[in-house]
Ligand binder design. Sequence first.
Ligand SMILES: [Fe+2]
Length: 242
Amino acid sequence: MRSLILSDLHGNWEALEAVLARADGTFDRVVCCGDLVGYGADPNRVTAWVRANVAEVVRGNHDRACSGMDDLSWFNPIAREAAEWTLRALDSENLAYLRALPRGPIDAGGLTLAHGSPVDEDEYVATVEEARMIEGHLPAPRCFFGHTHLQGGFEYRRGSVVRPHFALHRPARLHRESWYLVNPGSTGQPRDGDWRAAYALYDEEGDELTLERTEYDVEGAQRKIREAGLPELLALRLETGA
Ligand SMILES: [Fe+2]
């Protein structure tokens, strides 16, 4: 089974479309680590596509916030404004779908999906120290997560935690005896200094992981954000990936 792993789509249809075009023919199914909506101007189109095409999805904090399940007072003003706009924009079917998404981690057959940490869906795992703190709490040896919008992963091997280097576009065979916690990166709002849409491919049979990036119509996504009246910063940050 070859899985296309997406995370943090954030209502960016142009980015999702580019990922699907580039990944075409390289996967058997799609799975998602959450945050389908929030920030971007196409929450309905992205959610409808996920509903129709993604086998396994966990909810993200923005899926909760944008479907009215959370108190927005702890969001920063820009995220809150985007969440309120998204809640108004979502149609009833997409809203119901987002509200029913399961909390991670979930077993997706051959791999596990979480949004934040496998221990807490709202917790960020960005550093080796943070990854070390949840050693012993990983539910399975091949776990994928999102939330940080940072592409890359952590390897748990013989009592130590390291950050393995995965070259882009090149399949890497994982170590059988190691456990991995891998972030495919954000498709819709990368924050690791690379504006290109991120995703990952995992081939269960060969135990091979490939991290990918692809250029997309960032100007188109920005134009929609501005036309929707969403905060300008949300358009600007897409072109820097910051
Ligand atoms: Fe996110």
